[in-house]
Design a protein around this ligand. Structure first.
Ligand SMILES: *Cc1c(COP(=O)(O)O)cnc(C)c1O
Length: 463
């Protein structure tokens, strides 16, 4: 094996980083003061930082390293493909073996007649493709007014102009003039925070009915599609009540609008099926994929499209859309190898039948902690709702402060657990072992204790 790269001392890297590198979604001023955390290697579920400290990665990178770190097979496939054909495009009626094989494999895995794949370099780009594709589809169907896309508050669909517009993140819309025209948002089925006295099932139906009401308001002849994540990820692992998706599916069918399931997090085993649409029995026209598609080893995303929808696009002449890196051969070869490993090692089934239930049982017990108002989990993604008064499901007076304290306690104790406001999130690699789950749970409880004590000392533990 080739020797590992030596790296500069941590302080020198932090200084250079602060001088020359702008970070996504980061507090630059705070980071300058403290210095960026520098990760230098990883194996399995464990990260190692530039000072040699080991950290349990409870987030699988950014919800993506489904097969875990350090799989030599993916490195070998990438090197082989780079030597044979490092790059060629698929524009202008050209193809190459990795694109052919990956497309056939995805069509086999995807439910029903989702049989055609359009590739991108990321989930954001795939959702931009979806915006153009559904509008073009309705144009070709002779209904050019069907342009508006309905999405959800707190949804996350990426960071490009189109994808961030589909997303329902107020802090993102506040920068750069978003959303772009003809994208509107309804409320998500977040029962813990917004369900009040309703039962979860009743609340799920009420939130689904908002789709019907929005279509009425806009006029059915003006609506192209509805887009949603099967489980809202970055919004805080918002697991929908069982009543929600059947209603959404019925409304989309009856009102003749396309349904886009953004599977960027839920896809490739996260919820215990290949796709979240299978876990929730959703019948989408398009699925957005990225992240777990390559377990993050290469940047690649795509849209898997229902055959009848794709047929209309294909019969309509050129689709004037594409990325230089659409179906990149190295990324496609790595994705294919990643899928082979997920499949042959039974990793997806293991989430459904073994490690998912194992983690869930222990995770839900964190709900007994005095600071945790709710613990929830599906497959291997879960959230804790922090609260100063759990019996009332009360939020904190200064939102996000206790979540941030908790995240920092986790880092200090060697656990990556992300915070979304005052929700704590985990989404570990799917290959996590039982003993690593035990470690994760022990660390999480300890960090909650420490964070609660610190929050009280700082005077922010108040409703
Ligand atoms: C991460 C994410 C995206 C965006 O993917 P990128 O590869 O970061 O562009 C889109 N949708 C969902 C649900 C995501 O979690």
């Amino acid at each position: 094996m080739a020797p590992k790269d030596n790296h500069l001392p941590t302080a020198e890297m932090q200084a250079l980083d602060a001088a020359h590198h702008i970070h996504p979604f980061s507090d630059s001023a705070g980071m300058r003061k403290r210095g960026a955390r520098v990760i230098t290697e990883a194996e399995g579920v464990w990260l190692t930082d530039s000072d040699g400290k080991r950290i349990l990665d409870g987030m699988a990178g950014l919800w993506c390293v489904n097969i875990g770190y350090g799989r030599e097979e993916l490195a070998d496939v990438a090197a082989r493909q780079m030597r044979q054909l490092p790059y060629y495009n698929t524009f202008f009626m050209t193809s190459h073996p990795p694109a052919v094989k990956l497309s056939a494999k995805l069509a086999e895995l995807a439910p029903g007649d989702l049989n055609r794949v359009f590739y991108s370099g990321s989930g954001s780009e795939a959702n931009d493709t979806n915006i153009r594709l559904v509008r073009h589809y309705w144009q070709l169907m002779g209904k050019p007014n069907k342009r508006t896309i309905i999405a959800r508050r707190n949804g996350y669909h990426g960071s490009t102009m189109g994808a961030a517009s589909l997303g329902g993140m107020a802090a993102m819309h506040a920068q750069g003039g978003l959303p772009i025209p003809d994208i509107v948002h309804i409320d998500p089925p977040h029962w813990y925070a917004e369900g009040g006295d309703m039962s979860p099932e009743e609340f799920g139906r009420v939130r689904a009915a908002q789709l019907d009401q929005m279509i009425d308001r806009l006029g059915e002849g003006n609506v192209a599609a509805f887009i949603a994540e099967p489980v809202q990820g970055a919004g805080g692992v918002v697991i929908p009540p069982d009543s929600y998706w059947p209603e959404i599916g019925r409304i989309c069918r009856e009102r003749d609008i396309l349904l886009i399931a953004d599977e960027v997090i839920c896809g490739f085993g996260r919820t215990g099926s290949w796709f979240g649409s299978q876990t929730y029995d959703i019948d989408p026209d398009i699925m957005t994929i990225a992240k777990g598609l390559s377990s993050g080893y290469q940047p690649i995303g795509g849209s898997i499209i229902r055959e009848s929808v794709a047929q209309v696009i294909e019969d309509g002449g050129d689709f004037n859309h594409g990325y230089t890196y659409s179906s990149h051969p190295v990324a496609a070869a790595v994705a294919l190898e990643n899928i082979r490993i997920l499949d042959e090692e039974g990793i997806v089934d293991r989430v459904a039948t073994h490690i998912g239930p194992y983690l869930k049982e222990r995770w839900l017990k964190l709900g007994d902690h005095p600071m945790v108002g709710e613990a929830r989990m599906v497959g291997l993604m879960g959230a804790l709702e922090l609260s100063p008064d759990k019996s009332a499901r009360a939020p904190f007076a200064s939102p996000g402060a206790v979540g941030l304290i908790t995240r920092e306690r986790c880092f200090a104790n060697g656990l990556v657990m992300r915070h979304v406001g005052d929700k704590m999130i985990i989404c570990p690699p799917l290959i996590i072992s039982e003993s690593e789950v035990d470690t994760l749970i022990e660390l999480a409880w300890q960090c909650l204790d420490e964070a609660m004590a610190q929050a009280k000392a700082e005077g922010v533990f108040t409703a």
